[in-house]
Design a protein around this ligand. Structure first.
Ligand code: FAD
Length: 448
């Protein structure tokens, strides 16, 4: 018999229980369906990463990976008929769109089973609940229970696979990024990067993780999103390394945030768009031509605030941004430019290589004060002091904003104190003033 393994967010062969389930049936046809609508919407760095992961998977499957373009509910049943498959195997997708898509595919498959095995998370969404069976709404108690629950050991890499064959369209072409340094795609690259982080950096992670000018975080987010590595593998490697201490502990907590947001979205799929905490539902936002221009300045990295501009330009060039910078630019859009978090979340999703509905939209909701946890609606990041604190020598700004390279040291965070370098914009808003406006808007929306 032949089974299809339909790869989606599990682009790896190691520690892939769904793939093993397909292999246990008989011959395996490895399939990836490229939905042109999604491909068209993605920024170049995201396409570059996905194309690279697929090329690596093609190699890992001895050239048998089948690529088909189209809507999964049309393509998957058609391929199943072509190869006379008895079942189609997937890693469960627990997000709202994935669930809908998989239900449509399941229906279209008719008699052929769609078999879901595992999830992209250390603990599958919906598993961790309070004693009364209801979901956690706050992170810390969730994380305690998550640690108590523990994780499965990684599944072994299959030693031998008999591949089935079918015609394939070409692998998608990776766009030329003009020499920009980006994260290496593919399963092997994920393991190499991870090993370096685990051996050399995790011990200092707690101290150093807020520094965008240093390469101190793991950069596993895109790999975790596309599943070139599973978090179970990372957690097991950490345990096996015998390392303990604050660095390791904080890193495990970050992986837990990823699981937490997926769990929140599983229970409340509408929060991909709607406010988790409805208290601020009545909030109003800037609209019209000025708001559009502000948004464009933000998106292009031309706000006149160096750290915001550096971060937004990094996003455009590399498809990645440091966590601290994500918080600063999100706060700037929502609280200095008074735009709804959904606007920024959508833009991030187009450009981030690690763009992930749960982590991204709940990250934005957290900044906007509409999300889980003690909502810090009154917390307005000051883009100047944040820059001075976390990019203390100004290296991060100078790397991404060439107009400011002539200003040495930390002075780069306040270029208006000297003569503004040619080509660099004036500040588009007065932060002190907009902070007051934001607090006022929040107070009104909360009815006090
Ligand atoms: P590390 O610091 O090395 O962390 C290790 C892993 O833990 C990350 O790879 C990630 O999987 C997880 N993690 C860390 N912080 C968070 C967090 N706050 N929430 C959820 N998971 C976390 N992360 C995404 O993966 N995709 C997104 O689309 C995304 N959008 C965000 C939007 C905003 C506004 C904010 C504030 C945060 C967002 N994050 C998102 C979370 C975080 O910024 C990134 O996961 C992190 O910067 C990725 O870099 P890293 O892999 O080097 O992280």
């Amino acid at each position: 018999p032949t089974a299809i393994h339909w790869f989606r967010r599990d682009l790896r062969l190691s520690d892939n229980p769904a793939f093993l389930a397909a292999r246990d049936v008989g011959d395996v046809l490895p399939l990836f369906v490229l939905d042109p609508a999604i491909w068209e919407k993605s920024g170049d760095p995201r396409r570059h990463f996905l194309a690279g992961c697929l090329a690596a998977l093609h190699e890992a499957t001895d050239g048998h990976l089948v690529i088909r373009h189209g809507k999964p509910e049309d393509v998957v049943p058609a391929v199943a008929r072509e190869v006379d498959a008895t079942s189609v195997h997937i890693t469960a997708d627990t997000g709202p769109y994935g669930r809908r898509r998989d239900a449509a595919v399941e229906k279209a498959l008719g008699d052929v089973d769609l078999v879901r095995t595992g999830s992209p998370y250390a603990v599958a969404p919906g598993t961790i609940t309070k004693d009364d069976g209801t979901p956690f709404k706050v992170f810390t108690p969730f994380s305690r229970r998550w640690r108590d629950h523990g994780w499965h050991d990684p599944a072994p890499r299959p030693r031998s696979v008999r591949w089935a064959e079918a015609t394939s369209e070409d692998l998608p072409e990776a766009p030329d990024l003009g020499g920009t340094e980006v994260l290496e795609p593919g399963e092997e690259a994920a393991h190499e990067r991870w090993k370096t982080f685990l051996d050399e950096r995790i011990a200092d992670y707690d101290d150093q993780r807020n520094r965008p000018d240093l390469d101190t975080t793991s950069r596993m987010s895109a790999h975790l999103h596309f599943g070139t590595v599973h978090p179970r593998t990372l957690l097991k490697d950490i345990a096996d390394s015998g390392q303990t201490g604050k660095g390791v502990d904080t890193y495990v907590t970050e992986l837990c945030w990823r699981d937490f947001y997926a769990d929140v979205l599983w229970h409340r799929p509408e929060t991909a768009r709607e406010y988790y905490n409805p208290e601020l539902q009545g909030m109003t936002y800037s609209t019209g031509k000025d708001a559009e221009e502000d948004f464009e300045a933000w998106a292009a990295g031309r706000t006149g605030f160096p750290v915001v501009d550096a971060a937004m330009r990094q996003l455009l060039a590399e498809g990645w941004m440091h966590n601290r910078m994500r918080m600063i630019v999100a706060s700037f859009l929502v609280k200095d430019l008074h735009q709804e978090w959904t606007v920024g979340a959508r833009y991030f999703m187009q450009h981030l290589v690690d763009g992930d509905l749960a982590s991204n939209n709940h990250g934005w909701q957290w900044v906007a004060g509409t999300g889980t946890d003690a909502s810090p609606f009154f917390r307005v990041f000051n883009p100047v002091t944040q820059g001075q604190k976390f990019d203390p020598d100004g290296d991060y700004v100078r790397k991404y904003v060439p107009e400011l390279r002539g200003i040495a040291g930390k002075a780069v965070h306040e270029p208006w104190k000297g003569e503004l370098p040619e080509g660099y914009p004036e500040r588009i808003v007065d932060h002190k003033h907009e902070r007051e406006v934001a607090l006022d808007r929040y107070a009104k929306a909360r009815g006090r």
